[in-house]
Design a protein around this ligand. Sequence first.
Ligand SMILES: [Zn+2]
Ligand SMILES: [Zn+2]
Length: 400
Amino acid sequence: MQIFFNGRIILEETLLDDSAVFVADGTIQRIGPFNQGEVPVDAELIDLTGQFLGPGYVDLHVHGGKGADYMDGTPSAVIQANRAHCRHGTTTIFPTTTTGSRAQLERMLRACAEVRAEGRIEDGSRIGGVHYYGPYFASDKVGCHSVEGRRDPDPDEYRAAFDLGMIRIATCAAELPGAEAFYREASDRGYLVTCGHSNASYQEMQRAFNAGMRHVDHFWCAMSSVSTIRQRLGAPFQASMEQFVLMNPEMSSEVIADGEHLAPDLLEFAYRMIGPDRLCLVTDANRAVDMPAGAYCFGPTEDGAWFESDGRVGRVENGSLASSVAGMDQLVRVMHRDTSSSIPEAVRMASLTPASRVGLANELGSIASGKRADLLVLDAGLAVDRVFIGGVEYQTPGGA
Ligand SMILES: [Zn+2]
Ligand SMILES: [Zn+2]
């Protein structure tokens, strides 16, 4: 039995003082009062010294960290990125593909499968599944991804990828030929089905929704707006992905709340209009996380797209953004700082909400009895002090 006591517990809706979290065999048993006079002999006491105890974070959209991109396609690259994100509080991670060749995507899926099968605590964040993100992007919305690596959905390709058994989230631009068949296949397999890097109209979104699409990647980034739909389809002006998400309560989305991609007013808008139960925080982090400023490759080392990191964010040559260099802890701090969200809400957007969207909320995502003891000790400024995965404390191999 582990007893986490003397802290402020971040529950789904509220902060709880004067209580302890009791963990046995890696599972949260109960949350309740704790009397130091009645400690079971075999109990391990973990004194939180007045700090916060929160749930481990869940990142649905992340490309790499500490020099490694998941598309490098080796188990060591996967582990390197997972360790970096674990130190930033992510206990469940969804390594995310970029555009690339079929062979590169398969290599990445196999590397993730290998690391997940080993299941070692020292390898960092646990892999919840892969986010099959590239390559089915609209050609006018590829963003910082390599344009040569994008294509229209190919059933033979994606079925083979799905059959590897690692994917839990699947993205495709809704306006591409074959998108609806892709969505149907992915939703039949129980994935979170998402539309991203897309210039889809409202009507295309409605057809996608009918085929199982329920989520939009990084709101306001590489997605359609009334003005881009007007450029594409003329008058009368039509609604876009933005209106579709805001109007449809079954849709969820995500924001890169690193303080660099979206100004506080847009974060507040997303918080109020989409709300903490269908808005996820995602790092969309690239390999420059925890690395010095400099030039890095987005996607596979051999032929990915180059960008520059100034230590705060990535940018491509024309100055547009090339994904974040932030860990999830930073996003939670920024969301709480820049919006009227409470601490439980900011944390929930990084934990329970994403866990719910991928169907894992029964197992993890909040501090509740019966859930896995994925726990973070956070200081008063919400910086990560200690990380527990299934009740076992994560220690960076070799220190640092
Ligand atoms: Zn993207
Ligand atoms: Zn991304």
